[in-house]
Design a protein around this ligand. Structure first.
Ligand SMILES: [Fe+2]
Ligand SMILES: [Fe+2]
Length: 252
C-alpha cells in the first residue's frame, strides 16, 4: 500500500490564513508513512514574492517529496514567475520510489485571472505522460488547482477550467486513475468511467463554507483499490470513498 497526502489552498498572506493550523497539519502528515505530498495550489493569497518565501519555509518542514502546482491566487502580480523561481517548474512529474505511481502536475492558472485553463500544449504533454505511464503499468495521478467537474453546493459555478471538456476527454481516454484538485475549499469525490476525481478542502484558510473545518485528504493506494480519507486538522480521519482500481492493468 502507498499513502499519499493531498493538501490545498494554504493562502499564506491572507488575513484568513491560520499559521498554527498549517503547522499542525504538516506535523500530522509528517507522522504518516507517506510516499509523497501533493499540494494543489493557492499556496499564497496574492502571489507576492514575500508570500512565496514564507510558503517555501513551511513546505521545507514536509519530510516527504512534494508535488506543487500553482493556483489562481499564485498567478497574481507575476506570481507565476515567482512560483517558477522558487519551485523550479509549474508543471512536472513525480514518481514513487518503486515507480508504480506517477503524479503528473499541471499548471491551470492564468496570470491575474481566477478561471483556469490547461491549454492545448500542456494537454498534449499530459496525454504523452499518461501514455508513457500506461505502458509502464503505473498508477496515474493528475494534480491541478481547478476542479474539472463542478463541486456541489459551492454556489454559482464561475471558475472551472475553460477547457474542462477537452481535458476531461483526454483524462478518461488515456485512463488516468485519480485526478486531484483544490480551489473551492470543499472536499468532494466524483467517479467517472474508471477515473476518480477528488477535491480537497482548504488546509489553513478560514475562508470555509458553513460549518466546514480545515482538512486534507489521504489516499491509500492498494493494488486492487483506492481508499480516500478526509482528515480534519487536529481532528478525525474518515474514509469517504473506496473504488476498485481498473485502470492500472493494461488491457492486452
Ligand atoms: Fe483557494
Ligand atoms: Fe483557487
Amino acid at each position: 500500500m502507498v499513502l499519499i497526502a493531498h493538501i490545498s489552498d494554504l493562502h499564506v498572506g491572507s488575513i484568513n490564513f491560520d499559521e498554527d493550523i498549517l503547522l499542525e497539519a504538516i506535523e500530522e502528515v509528517n507522522g504518516l508513512n507517506l510516499e509523497a505530498v501533493i499540494i494543489t495550489g493557492d499556496l499564497t493569497q496574492n502571489g507576492y514574492y514575500h508570500e512565496y518565501l514564507q510558503t517555501a519555509e513551511y513546505l521545507k518542514l514536509i519530510k516527504t517529496p512534494i508535488m506543487v502546482v500553482p493556483g489562481n491566487h499564485d498567478a497574481r502580480h507575476v506570481g507565476n514567475e515567482s512560483f517558477e523561481e522558487i519551485f523550479l517548474h509549474r508543471q512536472g512529474t513525480l514518481s514513487s520510489m518503486d515507480r508504480k505511481i506517477k503524479i503528473i502536475g499541471l499548471d491551470s492558472s492564468e496570470p491575474d485571472l481566477d478561471y483556469g485553463k490547461v491549454g492545448r500544449a500542456q494537454q498534449q504533454w499530459m496525454e504523452n505522460e499518461l501514455i508513457k505511464a500506461y505502458k509502464m503499468n503505473q498508477y496515474k495521478i493528475i494534480a491541478l488547482h481547478h476542479h474539472i467537474i463542478p463541486v456541489p453546493k459551492t454556489g454559482r459555478e464561475r471558475n472551472v477550467l475553460t477547457d474542462a471538456g477537452d481535458i476531461l476527454q483526454s483524462i478518461i481516454h488515456e485512463r488516468a486513475d485519480l485526478v486531484v484538485s483544490g480551489h473551492k475549499h470543499v472536499p468532494h469525490v466524483w467517479h467517472l468511467e474508471n477515473t476518480t476525481f477528488v477535491t480537497a478542502g482548504s488546509v489553513s484558510s478560514l475562508k470555509l463554507r458553513g460549518k466546514d473545518v480545515n482538512s486534507y485528504n489521504i489516499y491509500e493506494i492498494l493494488d486492487e483499490e483506492i481508499r480516500i480519507n478526509l482528515n480534519t486538522v487536529g481532528g478525525t480521519s474518515n474514509l469517504i470513498a473506496t473504488y476498485d482500481n481498473k485502470c492500472a492493468v493494461p488491457e492486452l
